[in-house]
Write a protein that binds this ligand. Structure first.
Ligand code: NAP
Length: 291
């Protein structure tokens, strides 16, 4: 039976770890706060006292934590997973991290004889729990083949962008476009409200117009209704992704990526307002009427 160590049981990681249990893997789990692991333990997961403990005898270690800082802590910090991983073990980073961080982790973990792939995901927590994520992979082709049995239980689509880091490049592009679209629809709806337009008609026009995207359609109704129940993606995470993406854009493009910077600024304010609230609360940030 293949053994997976799963680290990070937040909104996404909890469901992903459950998929390995459903698929018959032996699963060791660790999360900074143990409460999120209780039902997985009841389903057969083995609780580990640290990432280092979880990684003992693992064939693959999968991480799904918040950001660069958390990722470094669980791989290479005190009690980090790398300490006990055997040479050749797969290190699968599913967290959305910065491009430079993915390269740094690859270099540092490869130097320890481990096989690192960056594998950020798209899909909301319900897709994570259902094994229906899309994986955006950066890896040598041979490493991807080695990793494939550990990727199949959590995904319906695997997109291989190229060498290590390339999955993260695309993920950051994807999420920067999302950040711009969400901030854009918030601004548009706030303008419509201030101008006194019929919001039912506005929503109908948005959803059927050429500027609609799945992201815009998903957020517009909720924003207009100020319905932010059940946060799936927080302002804090969106700010982090947009900031990592703008840093990458600035390293690749000579023209200033002004749109991306504006989105980072907008999410900086949304994060300061309510970091763990749904990213759709952007409407509350932009809807202050001009005095
Ligand atoms: P989340 O619910 O906030 O979970 C974050 C996880 O990171 C938790 O397990 C948390 O532990 C852990 N963590 C944070 N700081 C840590 C630290 N310093 N050391 C160790 N662990 C730490 O976030 P999520 O929505 O599951 O997102 C996880 C990752 O997936 C992020 O990189 C996010 O950008 C990406 N993502 C999210 C979505 C989505 O729809 N939510 C979609 C695609 C990708 P605690 O439980 O103890 O706080």
């Amino acid at each position: 039976m293949q053994r997976v160590a799963f680290i990070g049981l937040g909104r996404m990681g909890h469901g992903m770890a459950g998929r390995y249990l459903d698929a018959g893997f032996k699963v060791a789990v660790w999360n900074r706060s143990k409460a999120k692991a209780e039902d997985l333990i009841a389903r057969g997961a083995q609780w580990a006292t640290s990432p280092e403990d979880a990684a003992i005898d693992a064939d693959a270690v999968v991480t799904m934590v918040a950001d660069d800082e958390a990722s470094r802590a669980v791989w290479l910090g005190k009690d980090g997973a790398a300490a006990t991983m055997k040479a050749g073990t797969l290190a699968i980073e599913c967290s959305t991290v910065s491009y430079q961080h993915a390269l740094d982790m690859s270099r540092e973990l490869t130097a320890r004889g481990l096989t690192y792939i960056d594998c950020p995901v798209t899909g909301l927590p319900d897709a994570a729990a259902a094994g229906k994520l899309t994986l955006l992979v950066g890896a040598d082709a041979a490493d991807l083949e080695k990793a494939r049995p550990f990727l199949t239980p959590i995904s319906t689509t695997i997109r291989h962008f190229g060498a290590v880091g390339s999955g993260t490049v695309y993920k950051l592009i994807n999420n920067l476009m999302g950040a711009i679209q969400i901030a854009g629809i918030a601004e548009g709806l706030a303008m419509a409200e201030q101008a006194g337009l019929d919001m039912k008609l506005v929503l109908e026009a948005v959803e059927t117009g050429v500027a609609a995207s799945p992201q815009v359609i998903r957020h517009s109704k909720r924003m207009a209704a100020r319905d932010f129940a059940g946060a799936t993606f927080t302002s804090s995470l969106r700010h982090k992704d947009a900031a990592y993406a703008v840093r990458l854009a600035e390293s690749l493009l000579s023209a200033a990526p002004i749109m991306g910077r504006a989105a980072v600024e907008a999410y900086d304010r949304a994060k300061a307002h309510a970091p763990d609230a749904d990213e759709g609360q952007m409407i509350e940030i932009v809807s202050q009427p001009k005095s």
